[in-house]
Design a protein around this ligand. Sequence first.
Ligand code: RNT
Ligand code: ZN
Length: 426
Amino acid sequence: MTNQTRNVSIDETYKLAREKYSEIGVDTDRAVEVLKTIPISLHCWQGDDVGGFEIKEGDSFGGGIEVTGNYPGKARNADELRADLDLAYSLIPGHHRLNLHASYAETGGKKVDRDEIEPAHFSGWIDWAKQKGHGLDFNPTCFAHPLADDGFTLSHSDEKVRKFWIDHCRITRRIGAHFGRELETPCVTNIWIPDGYKDIPADRLSPRERLRDSLDQILEEKLDPAQNLDAVESKLFGIGSESYVVGSHEFYLGYAITRGTLLCLDAGHYHPTETISEKISSTMLYLDEMLLHVSRGVRWDSDHVVVLNDELRAIAEELVRGDFLSRVHIGLDFFDASINRIAAWVVGTRAMIKALLIALLEPTDKLRDLENQGDYTGRLALLEEIKTLPYGAVWDQYCAAMDVPAGLSWLDEVRKYEKNVLSGRG
Ligand code: RNT
Ligand code: ZN
């Protein structure tokens, strides 16, 4: 089929879908207009298995996160990573952001430790982001470093080690504010630390007191929220911290509420039957803004590529139903090294956007009316009915309008790039 006939059929299918949705009082054009305005922050670390580009001695990885797979062609430097990202963005409808880790500094072949990084080490990223129109988000890297090898950073009992990580996080916030200033969009700087014990601790309190003190020191310097927003991310367990994690959900929920930071909810950081979709409406009652790390745990915090499953749809529904889109920053957090890494970004990000579209196409007022009338039979019946409405036609139309492939042809682009570029990376 030629491009033109393909577009005609997308158009026509869309018109039918629009009619179908209007029968239940949903305006598809409006849904798409809203969708266009929602940025997703793509995580740089899917592109190189959370490796980063620091010059370092030894091979500290650590941090209790685990990347599995050895698919060929991963980015070996920042230029390659940016080129890979360019391809991913070109296959994803809308305007999106990039979430960087401090370990992706470009230090020109010199070893620069984490407490010495400067905005200048990120000028390659800033120039690229400016040119491509991406906002930047940021993270201190409190893992994969000799001073994190024993499993403690901001809650360390050794004051010298703790100070090192405090300094790193302080610098990171300043670099975040620099991104925000340069790109004229606030940078969300998110702190996640791996700290915890493999086995049953005798003192759960002291590390938490130290973590609270470290965070207070880090946040002491007031930064303009138009440039930098601080977020804190909890976790349930990690490899090597199965029995106790200092930065638990309760710890950071209390911290975020009392200090006015954002709370980051990572979809893989709770008990397997607990969902972050269920937490959004409660936490948003007490927080101004929030960060999401949309991920997919399979049996554990495995960070599988996000797909369009029930939880992803539920997350998007909560954001739309609660009118939270302007207060919630959507970031992705997964890493799969067993498949083409660019395809991983594209699949995961397109799934997130599809979930948002489906949520925007929901007849929420109708569902609420039924609920308020106590008609739970009608609510259930309508919820089931809308599951098969033709959102695929609206999605295709959105992709075509944003000038990205509507169907699976995006994969042809990735395969071409794999053959021409990735295969040469050895
Ligand atoms: C780890 C956290 C954290 C990391 C990134 C790389 O469990 O989810 O967000 O995945 O900082
Ligand atoms: Zn995360």
